[in-house]
Write a protein that binds this ligand. Structure first.
Ligand code: AMP
Length: 281
């Protein structure tokens, strides 16, 4: 596995690979601190594409001024070992100045969608995400890019962006990987102490409660949301950011759950903000 640091090298590699008859390139964008959720994306890319690049870049523009950019976990050596073991051919690990040259003034704004769900409580977050993913897709020119349903609002923003900018990359969404007790894997779970780790299960409990009610035939959004709120009410130490039932494409609230509707929650567990979700079957 090769480690490349510049956009020029990544693009040259991708063009050479895509120039081979029948070959395809997959890209898995990450911020590192790789876990089994990322591993699933890399494996899916290795299954679906002839060549796989994993990008590892803690993107400063998607963090708010009081967020965890400085202390975000950075585990580069272990990340490279995991990426290689899961079938990656290239790790793209640029410096900040490679992705944002001095004086950089160009950003990608996905209007409307960027102000909903996580974008509402993290102003500027999706502008940073859309900008860095656009840069990565323009650099790597992949046939397909792999993202986790874990960040479902991000998926909606990126699908819109890829369609609007006609980037031509296929967007592949992989299911949420969870701990055995239900907690969705996240690079931020290491911030949790033992008490918070237990409280964090409230999110997946609310997701399971909603799934169970939908499976039992309930479709009314107000009833489903009230049931999810009741789950959170049992754990007052956890502070809800949002509990929403929305159209997965527009992120607009719906009054009735239908197949493809996104049920999403975000909550603060101590100083750590966690998210979870489920797509109505
Ligand atoms: P991150 O490194 O947190 O920016 O995440 C990189 C990619 O991994 C994103 O597409 C995430 O949605 C995905 N991802 C993160 N956690 C999980 C998980 N528990 N299961 C599946 N995919 C995940």
């Amino acid at each position: 596995m090769e480690i490349v640091r510049t956009v020029a090298e990544l693009r040259a590699w991708s063009r050479a690979e895509r120039g081979r008859a029948g070959n395809t390139v997959g890209l898995v964008p990450t911020m590192g601190a790789l876990h089994a959720g990322h591993a699933l994306l890399i494996r899916a890319a290795a299954t679906g594409c002839g060549q796989v690049a994993v990008s590892i870049f803690v993107n400063p523009t998607q963090f708010g001024p009081n967020e965890d950019y400085a202390r975000y976990p950075r585990t580069f050596e272990a990340d490279c070992a995991l990426a290689e073991a899961e079938g990656a051919h290239v790790v793209f690990a640029p410096g900040v100045e490679e992705m944002y040259p001095a004086g950089a003034a160009s950003f990608v704004e996905v209007e409307g969608l960027s102000d909903r769900l996580d974008g509402k409580s993290r102003p500027g977050h999706f502008r940073g995400v859309a900008t860095v993913v656009a840069k990565l897709l323009i650099a790597a020119e992949p046939d397909r890019a792999y993202f986790g349903q874990k960040d479902a609002a991000q998926v909606a923003v990126l699908r819109r962006m890829v369609a609007d900018l006609r980037l031509g990359t296929g967007v592949v969404v992989c299911p949420i990987v969870r701990e055995p007790d239900g907690l969705a894997l996240s690079s931020r779970n290491i911030y949790l102490n033992a008490a918070e780790r237990a409280q964090a299960l409230t999110l997946s409990r609310a997701v399971r409660e909603t799934e169970a009610r939908v499976a039992a035939g309930e479709r009314r959004a107000d009833v489903l949301l009230a049931a999810a709120r009741a789950v959170f009410a049992e754990e007052p130490a956890v502070r809800v950011d949002y509990i929403e039932l929305v159209d997965w494409a527009t992120l607009e609230p719906v009054s009735t759950a239908t197949p493809g509707t996104l049920f999403a929650v975000a909550a603060w567990v101590g100083a750590t903000r966690l998210i979870d979700n489920s797509i109505v079957a």
